[in-house]
Design a protein around this ligand. Sequence first.
Ligand SMILES: [Cu+2]
Length: 257
Amino acid sequence: MKSTATTFVLALALVACEGEPPKTPSGPAAHEHEDLTTATEPTDPEHAGPHGDHAAHADDAGHAGVDPDAALPEAGLPIPVVEVAAIGTVKGVVVTQPAGVAANAVVYLEDAPIEPTAKMSVTIDNHQMLFSPFVAVIPAGGKIVFHNSDPFPHNVFSSDHERFDMGAIPQGQGRVRAFKAPGSYALLCNLHPGMLGYVLVTPSSYSAKADGKGHYTLRNVPNGTYKITAWAPRVTPSTQSVTVKGNDVSVDFDLHR
Ligand SMILES: [Cu+2]
């Protein structure tokens, strides 16, 4: 019953399409199918014929009630058209005092979302007595895998915020920790006092590490006004406001202790 009704409506639609004189090659076909989902749009005179026909069929199917389980929206109501959000790029340079730490700066948006596509897990390797990468960035709720590639144990602990201690991590093994709250964590090893690394937990997934000269680029930022923060080791973070309107915006930072 269901399939018969559906087939019937489809057949009507096909008949209507076939009945149309092919005014222009290929273009109108695609256009007409789009129109099916936006039946309430004002009719374009050139496409008045097909537009009207399709809208009428959609109404018939809805009002007849032949298919109560159908995923079709209620007939007659305008279907919201979701437009692709316009995006822009935010870039600039982070200058620091002392100058050296600018190469490890991170710039991020405070009040943007954590996108579903964001990378929520980063591995920090203990290799040759160093934390690698020196600065790891994850969005809040993300995880860090602390791995040890050296042929002897390392420890990882931090006295910041949610302070933690991963214990001794043997060669070739890893320990995982989730970070709920945004903030920066200095990483230390109680077996090797010279070791230092950082985890920066950001409130959004819009973050960018600066290059060796402090230049950063945040791509694909949805239009809007945001708080934007620059962070770097051992200097005071700085926050500004930025508005993106589908364009490139430049925001520079000057960080010091
Ligand atoms: Cu160590």
